[in-house]
Design a protein around this ligand. Sequence first.
Ligand code: FES
Length: 131
Amino acid sequence: MKFRAPAKAGAFTEGHMYNYRMLETDKLEFVTVASTDELGDGERKLLDIDGDIIAVFNIAGAYFAIADVCSHDDGPVAEGEVIGTEIECPRHGARFDLATGEALTLPAVVDIPSYPVRVVGAEIQIGLPVE
Ligand code: FES
């Protein structure tokens, strides 16, 4: 599998588009990351995809996926508290939109990667940007 790596720690660029949900499907490769049985409502799962940590969430039956790297200071943002469809970085409290990766509050000012998620049968799949 070959895909463009998401932003690495310390590699965020202001103004860069990290919302991979905006990409056309021919620019994505979907991979199965869990079954619907193993990711219940309110649960999250961390995935190691070629060394990049991506987290997938089930919030009331809607699925979201983000990179587990805070754009402020590389904190483990996916371990933070979920409030609605936002997540709060456990290190300094920046909030991000789980759907778009948008940085909503300081101290973060740069968005984080967010990925499209789809359910095919009983499989949860995330779309990774291909090169
Ligand atoms: S590392 Fe996430 S808010 Fe500072």
